[in-house]
Design a protein around this ligand. Structure first.
Ligand SMILES: [Zn+2]
Length: 122
């Protein structure tokens, strides 16, 4: 399998999901909720040069949408509760889960960009 700086894709993604630097896995790649650090504190790999933009948000919504909607169909929730109850609960659940999952998906996305070497065009 291809490597980047001795790191394979799976390792890079795992480091990303745990919000660590994809290159060394030692220092955090984020400060705060979603802000990427300029460079890794441990190995000085520049991290803010990788564009993450809206990608993580789309991936997270698709992921969470499936995680919420599919079980709702499976367990027949749509036929059990009235729409006035169902719609706000589903929208709320998807919203909260998206906000909860976003930082971890963004970490994995940042790692993927780093692994592929897709830097921001300047
Ligand atoms: Zn590092």
């Amino acid at each position: 399998m291809a490597m980047r700086d001795g790191v394979d894709l799976g390792t890079a993604l795992m480091r990303g999901v745990t919000r660590k630097c994809p290159c060394c896995g030692q220092a955090p790649a984020f400060r705060g909720y979603l802000k990427v650090v300029d460079a890794c504190r441990n190995c000085q790999t520049p991290l803010s040069v990788y564009p993450t933009d809206d990608g993580p948000a789309y991936i997270t919504m698709i992921l969470i949408g499936h995680l919420v909607i599919a079980p709702a169909f499976m367990f027949g929730i749509f036929y059990t509760y009235p729409m006035q109850v169902l719609v706000p609960v589903m929208v709320g659940a998807i919203g909260l889960l998206t906000l909860a999952a976003l930082p971890f998906v963004k970490g994995a996305f940042l790692s993927l960009m780093w692994y592929l070497g897709l830097k921001q065009a300047r």
